[in-house]
Design a protein around this ligand. Structure first.
Ligand code: C2O
Ligand code: CU
Ligand code: CU
Length: 481
């Protein structure tokens, strides 16, 4: 690591890592660690159904040299393996809970029946195995899995429970894009974490941190602090997940170069969108492609500006070697997305995001109510095109995520021009700055079940746990709206 990187880093880590007598100091940083790529889990087919076996476990992980930090992981010491799912195939994703606490495991972005969703109702007791079984039926994208236990999601994710799901389809296979996993198609789970004096993860948010979201002062990449990854001369694809509890990340390169975003949460963009930075709120994903064809034997840093606490940190160094990659250009057209006409929408639902500090017990609400697992807040007819309007009434940012299917952003604060070009793919999570509003078009296309709920919520995990969540069912009954 060069000196400049080190000084930038020390500004971020100063409170914990510089000087002092703590066991944590700058000498404990693992400098120049090779980026760890989550294992691609090899499924075993049984009767034509691909079985993915996942063990949720207590573990310890080396974020720092020679120090074991207590964590939770899935088949690993921190985070979990990547699941590669192909459109049209039958899968059974089997989660065994080896913890001594209840959890759930939700497929964020997956289009599946509500009983396979892994939301608050599909609890996995200690020692039990729960299987999400379904047929993959959606466009290529980058999704993820994480716990969703009522009131307990934030803590379980914070300690390491999350992993990526890559969905492939005919289109993604045919496109001339970088697609060698872990080589030129690089998964990046980005999270901020707070380490205590003993390098242990510290998660005990006080009411203010529940209200504003819990953020640490170190940003980690696949569970590492500023790792490096060697790449060839040419195009490199990064699949970025903002896997933080409440961090708002703006990603850019150290030389402020342009790059292209090729995919949003749930699909490719129709064509690559040129950008100098991309903003992701918690739970959102972006696939970007950066052109390194003029960077032989050079290094380039990927940087995050955390927008709420406003600090910068390098999160990854790409070291370009002198070998030539086969991919030197980007396709002009990536996909064709379904055209939805807002004039065809027959129903509008409004969701007001609000909250207040209630003597040290922050209450966060949607339409004045906190999440109650016994209450169905919305009954949504299948195949009905709807407009959902989300209004953030608070002086702080939120976002809004729905289970079951994707949506299409329509306007922000009443203006379609405030929807950015890189938000025009299929989305499942959308950022809503303080006092702003957003409208999107959505249609529930499958899996009607009056008895099984899906969730919608703010994906700032402290907010979700403090009540900013609701439930809907998809129904075949046309009259119920
Ligand atoms: Cu990523 Cu309801 O969750
Ligand atoms: Cu989700
Ligand atoms: Cu929120």
């Amino acid at each position: 690591m060069n000196r400049r990187n080190f000084f930038k880093l020390s500004a971020v880590l100063s409170a914990y890592l510089i000087g002092g007598t703590n066991s944590l100091n700058a000498s404990k940083l693992i400098i120049g660690a090779k980026l760890s790529i989550p294992t691609l889990l090899d499924p075993k087919p049984i009767n034509g159904i691909k079985q993915f076996d996942l063990n949720i476990q207590e573990a310890s992980h080396n974020f720092f040299k020679d120090i074991k930090t207590k964590t939770l992981g899935i088949n690993a010491s921190y985070l979990g393996p990547t699941l590669l799912l192909r459109d049209g195939e039958k899968v059974s994703i089997n989660f065994t809970n080896n913890l001594d606490e209840t959890t759930t495991m939700h497929g964020h972005g997956m289009h599946l029946p509500a009983i396979m969703d892994g939301g608050v109702h599909q609890e996995i007791e200690p020692g039990d195995t729960w299987s999400a079984q379904y047929t993959v039926k959606q466009k290529a994208c980058t999704n993820w899995y994480h716990p969703h236990r009522m009131n307990m999601t934030a803590r379980q994710v914070y300690f390491g429970l999350a992993g990526l799901i890559i969905v492939e389809d005919k289109e993604s296979k045919a496109l001339n894009l970088p697609k060698t996993y872990g080589v030129d198609d690089i998964p990046l789970v980005i999270q901020d974490r707070l380490f205590d004096m003993n390098a242990q993860l510290s998660y005990s948010p006080h009411p203010r941190q529940i209200m504003h979201g819990f953020r640490g002062n170190v940003i980690i990449t696949n569970g590492q602090i500023i790792p490096r990854h060697e790449v060839k001369v040419g195009m490199v694809r990064l699949r970025i997940l903002n896997g933080s509890n409440a961090g708002m990340y703006k990603f850019s390169f150290s030389d402020n170069r342009k790059f292209h975003q090729i995919a949003t949460d749930n699909s490719f963009l129709e064509e690559p969108v040129e950008l100098k930075s991309v903003l992701l709120s918690p739970g959102e994903r972006a696939e970007i492609v950066v052109d390194l064809s003029k960077d032989k034997n050079k290094s380039l840093n990927l940087i995050v500006n955390e927008q709420i606490d406003n600090f910068n940190q390098i999160i990854l160094t790409l070291d370009v070697n002198n070998k030539d990659s086969k991919i030197k250009t980007l396709p002009k057209i990536l996909t064709k997305l379904e055209d939805l006409n807002p004039d065809d929408a027959v129903h509008t639902r409004t969701f007001l995001l609000d909250g207040w500090g209630n003597r040290g017990n922050p209450l966060l609400t949607i339409n004045g109510k906190r999440m109650n697992p016994m209450v169905v807040n919305e009954i949504v007819p299948i195949n009905q095109l709807e407009i959902w309007e989300i209004k953030n009434l608070m002086g702080m940012p939120h976002n809004f995520h729905i289970h079951a299917t994707h949506f299409r952003p329509l306007d922000r604060n009443g203006s379609e021009f405030e929807i950015l070009d890189n938000e025009k793919g299929y989305k499942d999570t959308i950022y809503i700055p303080a006092k702003q509003s957003v409208r999107f078009l959505v249609k529930m296309i499958d899996y009607a079940d009056d008895e099984a709920e899906y969730m919608y919520h703010c994906h700032f995990l402290e907010h979700e746990d403090a009540g900013m969540m609701g439930q809907f069912v998809v129904t075949n009954n046309k009259k119920e709206t």
